[in-house]
Design a protein around this ligand. Sequence first.
Ligand SMILES: [Zn+2]
Ligand SMILES: [Zn+2]
Length: 470
Amino acid sequence: MSALRSHKLARPHHVCQHCAATSSQGLTMYVSTAQLQGLMPPINTHNCKSCTHSSIDIKHLCIRLLLLQLRIFYLKRKINGRISRTNAPKEGLWMGCQGLLWCSLSIQFLQKVLSPTLFLPLIWSVLLAYNLNDFEQQCRATGEKDVAFKVMYCGICHSDLHNLKNEWGTSTYPLVPGHEIVGVVTEVGSKVQKFKVGDKVGVGCMVGSCHSCDNCANNLENYCPKMVLTYKVKYYDGTTTYGGYCDKMVADEHFVVRIPDNLPLDGGAPLLCAGITVYSPLKYFGLDKPGMHAGVVGLGGLGHVAVKFAKAMGVKVTVISTSPNKKEEAIEHLGADSFLVSRNQDEMQAATNTLDGIIDTVSAPHPLLPLIGLLKTNGKLVLVGAPDKPPELPIFPLLMGRKIVAGSAIGGMKETQEMINFAAKHNISADIEVIPIDYVNTAMERLSKADVKYRFVIDIGNTLKSTSSI
Ligand SMILES: [Zn+2]
Ligand SMILES: [Zn+2]
């Protein structure tokens, strides 16, 4: 991801036409919708630091928006009129907003006024354009090593929101998010050995890897350079991968895990991303042994399952959060042993040199120095969230205690199955809010405000009407 982000930073320098200052503060905006296939390359805008003027190439933007309009018109006809029937009021509003946007743009274009107020209608348009709507996707045919299953539940991971908005610059549209997918097998290929029709199964963040590199040989498919993500990328056969916000999945059996009978399908779904993301570093960094003392930073989708896994491993757990009102929840409900408010200097000071390791789940930029201070000698700070700005990393506190700052991303398939089995054995599942599919856009809005405890899970099986017989 860092490579892709640097692509953004490496955009050509812009010259402000108002003060002639050159700046590399180029900002990339994407206008697209989940239904629109690759129609909108980035629109370049420029915020000038020297004169605080914002500018945009209006002509360029108008042409692109015209193409967008044509494409929307074309696709809406293509999607069987389902959108216009079910979402008539919303569609009317959407078209009205676009009309306003066009008036605003035309007037500003004609007057050649490059005003920052342009951004208001533009952002409005962008927000509306990111809504998820019906989209009929084609699954690939079930190959000889493939498992096809009816999707019952799919968790909403924070990365779904990032991808939907193309915040990492890697999304392609149409985009069907979802990589916490559970369901029931409906068909298996002739060479499938592990599964049969009727089995409960799950698919997490990846659906393919090369099977020949060192990582693959060591059950670390998640670090295979040719790993195929569950959605938004090209599969080996050239088709685009689509995630679990749909009624059917087809996946190579190697990337399918068995869901034990006693693990609830809805609460179990988020374990396929959130669960393995925290389980794997707890194991790898040796924070899974009774007597260890682990910190968990951030009490969200990842953090709350980290507490549950660590407690089940017999580890003493301290939750570290900016929000003091999560204390009761962390201790009473999730079973953490103690709680630190990261902004409370006295509390943090008193806890210096107490932790063997920390799982840091926070994906917003935050200082690492106070966390490093909590570590004992040889302590490990493991980052599993992905802030969009690199953190400041003070080296001296690392030297004085031989401390490690590390990263970790999900886990291999063998370990994912092990994690699911461990969860089933210890009755671990995510705390969830189950929603119908037509609530998904509201859920995304709430997720962007962290207004969920702790994971939305879409009830696909009961609320997404299948358009094809499975
Ligand atoms: Zn995820
Ligand atoms: Zn590989």
